[in-house]
Design a protein around this ligand. Structure first.
Ligand SMILES: *[C@@H]1O[C@H](CO)[C@@H](O)[C@H](O)[C@H]1NC(C)=O
Ligand SMILES: *[C@@H]1O[C@H](CO)[C@@H](O)[C@H](O)[C@H]1NC(C)=O
Ligand SMILES: *[C@@H]1O[C@H](CO)[C@@H](O)[C@H](O)[C@H]1NC(C)=O
Ligand SMILES: *[C@@H]1O[C@H](CO)[C@@H](O)[C@H](O)[C@H]1NC(C)=O
Ligand SMILES: *[C@@H]1O[C@H](CO)[C@@H](O)[C@H](O)[C@H]1NC(C)=O
Ligand SMILES: *[C@@H]1O[C@H](CO)[C@@H](O)[C@H](O)[C@H]1NC(C)=O
Length: 692
């Protein structure tokens, strides 16, 4: 954009009782959502590799009836038999999770010392976050040495907690320094070894409480490590030594097993009355409930926050403006809808698009990376905001409209291709949407005519005189009469000290303004370029006596200023104007021929209707006792939609303010030589048919 002097101004106007910042719905719930902790064992599949009486009736005796130091007196021994019709003789592993007073029991070591090694496995049938495991013994002491393990796949198991009869055995058996006293945890994923729950007493009905979340450092807002540590589908209790009385232990060590009184060995077995596994579905902070699906027997999160999937682990279709994120105990996250202007159901997140601020969100800001998929109705683009090749969206037609794209009509002879200018944002070289790209010598919206200076459609051969530089009514008929600032036999050259030959320029070329230093000039001027800093703008009336400061956005420096219309009207009941800061003032001669560019949008409060408004835009320049202004430009704008307004700084676009008198080039340059004020007036009204 050579010769461009752009200034970027985002004006946020709000109508009626409008509010600038408050229109974002207040987030009342700032925490993630989590389902309740339930006992997952009752719905688990449970197995073990050794059960009392599974190989036929077996006698066992109870340790509790043995009084140490006294002769065994009439020990009450009983039978277990998995095949028995008497339920009191059956002790299957399912008893451990049936919620009743029944229990599971392992074979006693009368059957062999290998029955110290018994494993119980629970399959929760899906991965859960486990908070605790509670094991209750029945008619035996709690297990002595054992490992609680977790797994996601039933192949690889990792330890959760080791238990040993003595602290020494933590080291000798498991190579872990014992945690003495009641279990405590220094790290989120620390695996401890404890003898706390392996005491011989109580001889019956002892309990083991293993906490996996509470008591760990990040329990209040679990860290990723803690979440990983507590995730499990399979839980394994790997028993490795039955707890025995010390006297009996000595006997086992020194005697041939066959010589040991079977009354003694029949007293040693494992028993489990109940296993509780407290845990919850993994819904990543996006569900407050997780009911069991009776068909699949699986729990499914009831996802909120626009998340989808069995565990809310992805954004729902059409909600990919921002990447999916897990919520935590303390912070809520949500998936945000893509803005496809109603032309697509689905979108995906593209980090590259997000980084380059190319995706418009539903609040009208270029924040996020949602890319719409399969835009319908001949629309295309990241937000379905433009058209497919061969179609265009006419000026004033919003992307929100139904069927906004119309077919291009490009003359096959005069056009380079079938593709026309698709929309206002993609306007090139002043061509309006719908304009075709013409071959040299052709012109017209459809390129179905010869350009001035060319003759004989469909051939369109060049004429003898330049169409841009000659005043000949028909440049094809000589002799050539050059425009005032043009020379050459065919009138195709600017005179010395002039530049920028344009057909629309009735003098052909613009005069250089080089402050007397030089009378040579080039066609390119850079002045203040892209000014992103919006500080210093204020609102005022035409007299300039009242100044009102707008709200600035959060960026540093502010890139956007806005005003609520009620606020503005309180101080400025008449027409009000946006007034530019000093950087735009003073000698701006070099901006002549360039462009003044700014961006406008507005939003509204919830109660108001989400309808399109007509904005009228006028730019006023003041300097050297002259006030000149542009005609009012009408723009149809949806809430949150952005309009980029580009004004060419050319005298023919201005009149003396308040009159229809044209501005001469001298007057225009006089103003630019010492700009005192730059004012932008924006008025608006509701609806398409509004009149002023
Ligand atoms: C248990 O009973 C089934 C038939 O009911 C029989 O096949 C099986 O051998 C019995 N098991 C034992 C250990 O007696
Ligand atoms: C039970 O399985 C474990 C492996 O998990 C094994 O070490 C143990 O010997 C088995 N016990 C019996 C009695 O088969
Ligand atoms: C679900 O569980 C019920 C009761 O536990 C059982 O009867 C049913 O067969 C199970 N269905 C499936 C699909 O596993
Ligand atoms: C995108 O916008 C942010 C502010 O919203 C800004 O800091 C950043 O520079 C912009 N990036 C590009 C590539 O324009
Ligand atoms: C988009 O369209 C293509 C081709 O018609 C189709 O294969 C694909 O499934 C569509 N995608 C979506 C998300 O609808
Ligand atoms: C164009 O100029 C050439 C000579 O340069 C002349 O022969 C010819 O007649 C001119 N054509 C017209 C249409 O004036």
């Amino acid at each position: 954009m050579p010769g461009a002097a752009g200034l970027l101004l985002a004006l946020l106007l709000s109508g009626g009782l409008g509010g600038g910042q408050e229109q974002q719905p207040q987030a009342h719930q700032q925490r993630g959502l989590f389902p309740a902790v339930l006992n997952l064992a009752s719905n688990a599949l449970i197995t073990t590799n050794a059960t009392c009486g599974e190989k036929g009736p077996e006698m066992y005796c109870k340790l509790v009836e043995h009084v140490p130091g006294q002769p065994v007196r009439n020990p009450q021994c009983r039978i277990c038999n998995q095949n028995s019709s008497n339920p009191y003789q059956r002790h299957p592993i399912t008893n451990a999770i049936d919620g009743k007073n029944t229990w599971w029991q392992s074979p006693s070591i009368k059957n062999g010392i290998e029955y110290h090694y018994v494993t119980i496995t629970l399959d929760l049938q899906q991965v859960f976050q486990i908070a605790y495991v509670i094991v209750k013994a029945a008619n035996s002491p709690r297990p002595g040495n054992w490992i609680l393990e977790r797994s996601l796949d039933d192949v690889e198991y990792k330890p959760w907690q080791y238990h040993a009869v003595t602290d020494t055995e933590c080291l000798t058996l498991y190579n872990i320094h014992p945690r003495t006293g009641p279990p405590s945890y220094a790290k989120d994923d620390e695996v401890i070894c404890t003898s706390f729950y392996s005491k011989i007493h109580p001889l019956e009905n002892g309990e083991i409480h293993i906490s996996l979340i509470n008591g760990r450092p990040s329990a209040d807002d679990p860290s990723p490590e803690l979440l990983e540590f507590t995730s499990a589908r399979y839980i394994r209790l790997r028993f490795q030594r039955i707890r025995t009385l010390n006297a009996d232990l000595m006997m086992f060590a020194h005697k041939d097993p066959r010589e040991i009184d079977p009354i003694v060995t029949r007293r040693y077995y494992y028993s489990v009355k109940d296993i509780s596994v407290g845990g919850m579905c993994i819904c990543y902070g996006h569900a407050r409930a997780c009911p069991l699906d009776p068909v699949t027997n699986k729990s499914r999160c009831e996802c909120e926050h626009n998340t989808c999937g069995d565990s809310c682990d992805q954004c729902c279709p059409g909600f990919h403006q921002k990447p999916w994120r897990a919520g935590t105990f303390l912070t809520k996250t949500e998936c945000e809808a893509c803005n496809c202007h109603g032309k697509a159901e689905e979108c995906y997140y593209d980090e590259n698009v997000a980084r380059r601020n190319l995706s418009l969100n539903i609040h009208g800001k270029y924040i996020g990376g949602g890319v719409c998929v399969n835009c319908t109705q001949n629309t295309a683009g990241i937000n379905c905001e433009t058209c497919i090749d061969g179609f265009f969206r006419p000026k004033g037609v919003s992307p929100n409209y139904p069927r906004p794209c119309q077919p291009c009509h490009c003359d096959p002879i005069g056009s380079l291709n079938d593709v026309c200018v698709k929309d206002e944002k993609r306007t090139q070289r002043g061509l309006a949407p719908g304009s075709c790209h013409c071959k040299p010598g052709f012109r017209g919206v459809s390129c179905d005519r010869c350009a001035r200076g060319y003759t004989g459609y469909p051939d369109c051969k060049p004429c003898n005189c330049s169409g841009a530089g000659s005043t000949n009514e028909d440049p094809c008929f000589g002799p050539c009469h050059c425009k005032e600032n043009v020379e050459g036999g065919d009138c195709s050259r600017c005179k010395s000290s002039f530049f920028n030959l344009q057909e629309e320029n009735h003098k052909g070329c613009d005069e250089c303004f080089c402050s007397g230093v030089s009378n040579r000039c080039q066609s390119s001027y850079w002045t203040y370029g892209h000014i992103k800093d919006m500080s210093g703008w204020y609102l005022t009336d035409l007299s300039g006596h009242v100044r009102v400061s707008p709200q600035q956005d959060d960026s540093e420096p502010p890139q956007q200023v806005s005003i609520r219309s009620v606020e503005a009207q309180r101080s400025l009941p008449q027409r009000y104007y946006w007034s530019a800061p000093a950087v735009y003032l003073g000698n701006k001669l070099t901006a002549a021929g360039g462009q003044l560019t700014f961006t406008i949008s507005y939003d509204f409060e919830e109660e108001e209707e989400d309808t399109e408004r007509v904005l009228q835009i006028m730019v006023i320049l003041e300097g050297s006792d002259l006030r000149i202004s542009t005609a009012q430009d009408e723009v149809y704008l949806q809430p949150y939609e952005e309009h980029i307004h580009a004004l060419s700084l050319k005298e023919e676009l201005f009149t003396i303010h308040g009159t229809n008198f044209p501005v001469s080039r001298r007057e225009f340059m006089t103003v630019l030589a010492n700009v005192k004020r730059v004012l932008i007036q924006i008025t608006y009204s509701l609806g398409m048919d509004a009149t002023f």
